[in-house]
Every structure is written in C-alpha cells, then in structure tokens.
Design a protein around this ligand. Structure first.
Ligand code: RAT
Ligand code: ZN
Length: 425
C-alpha cells in the first residue's frame, strides 16, 4: 500500500477501535468505592475530588505550612488550599489534576471559569443516587468492585446491620491486617469469638482464621480476597505471613473457589506526616509470586504490581502460569506514559489474556476520568496492534474487535475467576 493509503487505513482502523473501546461497558475490578447504603463511606463531589490523597501529595510539593496545620483544616479549607496551589498558582498538568477537570467537563461544568464556589453549588443540588447513575453512565462502568474490610470499624457495622444490596456493586474481602499485622488482627479475632493464639499459633488457630474468612466471605458474598504487600514480600518465608497464607488463606480460597488478589510493591508510610498520601513504591522480588503460582496450581492469583520495573517480569511470569491473571495499572503506574507502555507490553507478551485497567477510585466521580483517560490510551494501543496485523494481510471484522475488547474489559477476568464472578456479572 502507498503512504496515503496506509495513513487512511490506519485512521479508519483507529476510528473504529476508538468507537468500540469508548462505548464498551467495563467491570471496574478494584475500587475503594462503596454502595450508597454505606452512606458517608461513599465519597463524591468536588471537595472529595480535591482532597484525594494523590492531590494532597502533589500539593505538598508547593505548600510550606506544617503538616499538622493542613490536617487541622476542615475538608473545605483543605480543598481550597489544594485548588489554590495546584489549579490556580500552577497549571494543573499532573494526571490527578487533569482528572478533576476531565470529570467536571464530563458533567457539563465550565472549568474555564475557575469558580470553585459555583462548582460547589452545583454539587449541592445533586443527589447521591442520581450522581451514581450519572458517573456509571459516563464512565461506562457496569459493576464496581469494592474493597471491603471486616477490620474497618466504620464499614463492619454496616455489614452486620444488613442492607438492601445494590446489584451494581460487588464485594471483595481485603485482608491486609490479617497477613501483615497478625498480633493486632489476632487480638481482634479473639475479641469476636475466634479461638486464635497470637503467639505460636497451632492448627486450631489456622482453622479459626479459616472460620473467620468463611464467615466474612459469606457475609459480604466476596468475589475474591485481596491483600496489598510490601516491596520486601517474600514467599515462602519463616514468618507468620507465610503460615497464614499456606494454612488458612489458600485453603480457604480453594474451598470457596475464590481468587486471591496480590498487590505487591507498596512501601507503607514512607512519610507518615502525609497520612494516606504518605505511601511509596519499591521494587519487588517476584520469586514470591512465582513460588505461589508454582506451588499452588489449584489456587488462582490476580496480581497488579506497583513498580514500573517489575512489569516485564510479571508478564513473563503470567506466560508461565495460567493461574496468574495480571490486572490494572495500579496507583503510581496509573499515568498515561505507563498505561501506554504497560498495556503494549502486556498485549505483546500475553495477547488478550489480562485486564488492562481498574480505576482504584476512592471518590465516585473519579471513575469518569480514570476510565475516559484509560480508554483513550487502550484504544490507541489496540489501533497500533490491529494495524500491524492488517499489514500482514490478516483481516479483522468489527465483531472480532468487539469480542476482544469485551475480553479486556471484564470477560477475561470473569472467565479467570470462574463460576462465582460469572454468576453475578
Ligand atoms: O491507590 C490508592 O488509592 C492507594 O491508596 C491504595 O489504596 C491502593 O490502591 C490499595 O488498594 O492499597
Ligand atoms: Zn486500591
């Protein structure tokens, strides 16, 4: 084909793919959002958008006030300060700043006025139900997977009291305290009537941990279990974390047919003064993940890894182990440069057998920008890949592109997870 023909061909493929990728409904498989029944735990609106911890960290690049002074402010005052420094005194070019503007624009709000009080007034006139419908429609999200922790004192009573389930939300059991802060977790389990021994745990302790996991799996109808892991995570190791994984968590997951989602690479509280914004990233030795996949072929592992430098090795691991499903560009990797790079890498090494993105939204409105930005990048990468295929003479139908995009946007995840997830999605 001559150059003008090639360019026209590429533009045609790109246009078709963009149309499909922008409109396909997606499963958002990891968020920190809650169904409206959890009331104030479901964050939404302009002030929550502005005090998002990604923006707090960025604001402290410019702020000179002591950390405690910032934390002593009300949410509105913190939002004012962040707006002032990140939007007015500097151009909001970072991904998290741009995201706020993409979201407001999608709501039909005029960002060029830079009028924070007017934005606040608009949000005051919205109801959470209408806003939820709006955000899910604009984001094209058909189900939101929550992060649910029985160790959370605000969340646990809601489950215990019971509520009418909203089919758009799926629960996932988060177990960080159990695996990473055992003495404290054991104390809490004991207080709830589980006969666990914090020091020198016996078989009965592990059985009781399984009983705890089974109770909460049933209580919340968990779709998978999940844990974020420090960058120095090793498995197996001579520690309680390994024992708990081997003797309680993995048997529980096998018994209930649930995947375990592993999120390695966090360095918690690198700067505790920043609170939730104070975590960092570290390179992980992926031998631990390899040992889990190899040693427990009957278990399924979902994984998203925080360090950019770990992404290639993770893809190679997923080529070796079909019980490993990579997902998302997590947290610090959720920026255009890395979404583009990681998605290309995964497509080139894994074909379509991964889930390119999750939102990790903490504020409902964020699903709008996180999905809009990611969809554009995914569409561009796919367009290149289908164009490369076209160069070989391979012809692809619109139906086949739609099939592939469905696979990436939840179909592959559902199949990997098996019956439990397939039932509800
Ligand atoms: O991305 C985030 O909001 C982080 O604070 C973490 O919550 C992370 O996603 C996690 O699930 O640990
Ligand atoms: Zn998260």
């Amino acid at each position: 084909m001559k150059l003008p023909g090639l360019i026209a061909g590429k533009a045609r493929i790109a246009g078709q793919i963009r149309e499909i990728v922008m409109s396909e409904q997606v499963l958002d498989i990891h968020t920190h959002l809650y169904a409206p029944a959890f009331r104030e735990l479901l964050l939404w609106g302009i002030d929550d958008l502005l005090v998002y911890h990604y923006l707090v960290a960025e604001a402290f690049r410019y702020l000179e006030i002591p950390y405690e002074r910032f934390w002593a402010l009300s949410k509105t005052q913190q939002a004012d300060l962040i707006w002032q420094h990140l939007f007015l005194e500097h151009s909001p070019v970072s991904e998290a700043c741009r995201g706020v503007l993409t979201t407001l624009q999608a709501f039909g709000l005029d960002v060029k006025k830079r009028d924070l009080p007017a934005l606040r007034s608009w949000f005051k006139t919205q109801t959470v139900e209408r806003h939820l419908d709006r955000c899910m429609t604009l984001a094209g999200v058909r189900r939101i997977f929550m992060t649910n922790s029985p160790f959370d004192d605000l969340e646990r009573p809601v489950w215990e009291a019971g509520f009418a389930h909203d089919e758009r939300f799926a629960a996932c059991l988060r177990i960080d305290p159990l695996l990473l802060s055992w003495p404290e977790a054991a104390r809490r389990l004991a207080a709830c009537g589980y006969r666990v021994q914090p020091d020198r745990p016996s078989q009965r302790t592990f059985d009781e941990v399984r009983r705890f996991l089974a109770d909460w799996t049933r209580q919340i109808k968990a779709h998978y279990l999940m844990v974020s892991l420090p960058s120095d995570f090793a498995f197996p190791a001579k520690n309680i974390t390994t024992q708990l994984i081997e003797r309680a968590v993995l048997p529980h997951c096998r018994e209930h047919g649930l995947p375990l989602a592993l999120m390695p690479g966090v360095k918690r509280a690198v700067n505790p003064e920043l609170r939730l914004a104070g975590d960092g990233v570290g390179l992980v030795n992926l031998d631990g993940l390899q040992n889990l996949c190899a040693g427990y072929p009957e278990n399924k592992f979902l994984a998203t890894i925080l360090a950019r430098e770990n992404q290639h090795e993770a893809c190679v691991l997923a080529r070796k182990f079909r019980n490993l499903h990579l997902f998302g560009c997590w947290w610090f990797t959720n920026v255009p440069t890395l979404i583009d790079e990681i998605t290309r890498l995964r497509l080139e090494l894994l074909g379509l057998s991964f889930t390119p993105q999750h939102s990790d939204a903490r504020v409902l409105d964020q699903i709008v920008y996180k999905w809009q930005h990611s969809r554009q990048l995914i569409a561009d990468v796919l367009a290149d890949k289908y164009f490369d295929l076209a160069q070989t003479g391979w012809q692809i139908t619109r139906g086949e592109i739609e099939r592939d995009v469905k696979e990436l946007f939840g179909g592959g995840f559902q199949r990997f997870c098996g019956a439990r997830v397939a039932q509800v999605c």
